[in-house]
Write a new protein. Structure first.
Length: 264
């Protein structure tokens, strides 16, 4: 069973990431702590300069830490933001493992949109190995290994690797009709310190065909940006990247919009 309070904290709660968001996007991070039910909660509060609204959570996700353990506490936090600080919250991005993820139903002014999250306990992975996954995933991993896909971390001394990956990323985002792309400057800023982020690159016949950026925070890793060469997708390079990560972590949370890896 995942310890929600421990697993909930991730890179998106860290000041370094929130400051980077403020630096590269039109969101201003506001460092604020709210007391509710005799406990202090750090709120990932941003002012959205485009829409002119206050919101909790922004790029990726954010939320409130520690996670409120009841709908009542969440409502008190939002109420206190309004009464004490005159901040009216218009949008809340609630992360995976949030114990009251459906509580917005009690907050009538919010429209709810949700995504699916699956949890894989790595103790089970150690016992069952790839049998834990459905057949298509196991087939993809075997395909990548059969085609000799290799994976290694980006070397900052070889910037051409990053430029090649970024070109793949832009093409991938265009292919999926994405609304925006993360800037190269932001990615470089993150990768400057491997304690914050790393780029894993998959190679086929000496050529980069896939890459994934992970964000780190304390006992968490977030599988954030992924890009692939559409021609080489048949060799399943993404599966190889994932299999490499699986061998070195203990708990993996897979969502429709990313991977959240929690290490205990």
């Amino acid at each position: 069973m995942v310890n929600k309070l421990q697993s909930y904290h991730c890179c998106f709660h860290d000041d370094y990431f929130k400051n980077i968001i403020t630096k590269y996007f039109q969101f201003n991070y506001i460092n604020i702590v709210i007391n509710a039910a005799n406990r202090n909660y750090k709120v990932d509060l941003f002012y959205n300069e485009i829409d002119k609204i206050y919101q909790i959570g922004v790029i990726g996700y954010g939320g409130i830490f520690p996670a409120p353990q009841s709908c009542f506490v969440l409502e008190v936090i939002i109420f206190n933001l309004k009464i004490i600080h005159d901040i009216d919250i218009k949008k809340i991005i609630i992360p995976p493992l949030f114990s009251c993820e459906l509580s917005v139903e009690n907050l009538n002014k919010y429209l709810k949109t949700e995504m699916t999250t699956q949890i894989i306990v790595m103790q089970e992975f150690r016992e069952l190995g790839y049998r834990l996954f459905k057949g298509s995933v196991r087939t993809g991993i075997r395909c990548a290994e059969k085609n000799q896909i290799t994976v290694h971390c980006y070397n900052k001394n070889n910037r051409s690797e990053l430029m090649f990956f970024y070109d793949l990323y832009i093409k991938t985002m265009k292919k999926v009709n994405a609304n925006y792309c993360i800037s190269l400057l932001l990615i470089e800023d993150l990768l400057n310190d491997e304690r914050n982020a790393e780029l894993f690159l998959a190679y086929y016949n000496g050529k980069i065909v896939s890459g994934s950026i992970i964000l780190k925070s304390k006992n968490n890793i977030f599988y954030w940006i992924n890009a692939s060469d559409s021609v080489s997708l048949k060799f399943k390079p993404n599966h190889k990247v994932l299999s490499i990560l699986l061998l070195s972590i203990q708990i993996l949370i897979i969502s429709t919009w990313g991977f959240h890896i929690v290490i205990h």
